[in-house]
Design a protein around this ligand. Structure first.
Ligand SMILES: [Zn+2]
Length: 232
């Protein structure tokens, strides 16, 4: 069970939230790998997606499958939590109540292409990372996740080596909740990105999520206009 304590306003937490937002924007502006002339390759390397049961709402792989939300790439497939047949495929772990927009996973695809499938075989969402920090104060948990996202620096640098030697890399991106909404309005509301996953983003009445999305929006706009390079 993920338990996140309520926080008070503190500059350090705001700094972490801002940095994580700018990091996601930097990842969004990565350029997909070139297709050699005459070669048609899949848009992303194969990957196994593990759906973990959410400790808060109990959504599981059945919830995710029933939602009808497709995986972002046809080359990716869902494997059961206890399935060992994923072989050498890199893995992505999500909660049953969240999903990623395809663009959010571009740095993952580039990392696998550049460094090979055995490198960082354990990509996971921020929400999954939080489940592994039970009882941590929200600010401390975010600071830990902030560090787990540093692998993106190597991808942004465009170098061919130097990928951090670790078994789990947290994806620097907000996710969206898997919604049971049956009305258009409820569905539209459910599309709001949540920077720390479906539940922890509500911490402090969602003000950190609102701040994150504002920084993400303004940084992306500035980058498009050439006013910022959005370094993480
Ligand atoms: Zn959940």
């Amino acid at each position: 069970m993920t338990t996140l304590t309520t926080t008070t306003e503190e500059p350090a937490l705001g700094t972490v939230v801002d940095r994580m937002a700018r990091r996601e924007v930097a990842a969004h502006f990565l350029i997909p790998a070139d297709q050699p002339p005459g070669v048609i390759r899949p848009p992303a390397p194969p990957m196994a997606v593990r759906i973990r049961t959410c400790p808060v709402c109990r959504a599981d792989s059945g919830t995710f499958r029933a939602s009808g939300i497709p995986l972002p790439f046809a080359e990716w497939r869902i494997v059961d939590a206890d399935e060992t047949g994923a072989g050498d495929l890199p893995t992505m772990t999500l909660l049953g109540c969240e999903w990623f927009a395809p663009r959010a996973l571009l740095p993952v695809a580039l990392a696998i292409e550049r460094f090979g499938p055995v490198v960082a075989s354990g990509f996971r969402s921020r929400a999954v990372a939080l489940t592994e920090l039970p009882g941590w104060p929200f600010g401390a948990a975010l600071a830990e996740i902030d560090q787990q996202e540093d692998w993106l620096d190597v991808v942004l640098a465009g170098t061919a080596d130097g990928f951090p030697a670790r078994t789990a890399c947290t994806v620097p991106a907000a996710s969206r909740p898997v919604s049971p909404a049956v009305t258009w309005g409820a569905y539209r509301d459910s599309l709001t990105a949540r920077f720390a996953g479906p539940h922890a983003s509500d911490t402090d009445d969602g003000r950190w999520n609102a701040r994150y999305l504002e920084i993400r929006r303004t940084t992306a706009a500035q980058t498009l206009r050439g006013y910022a390079t959005c370094p993480a």
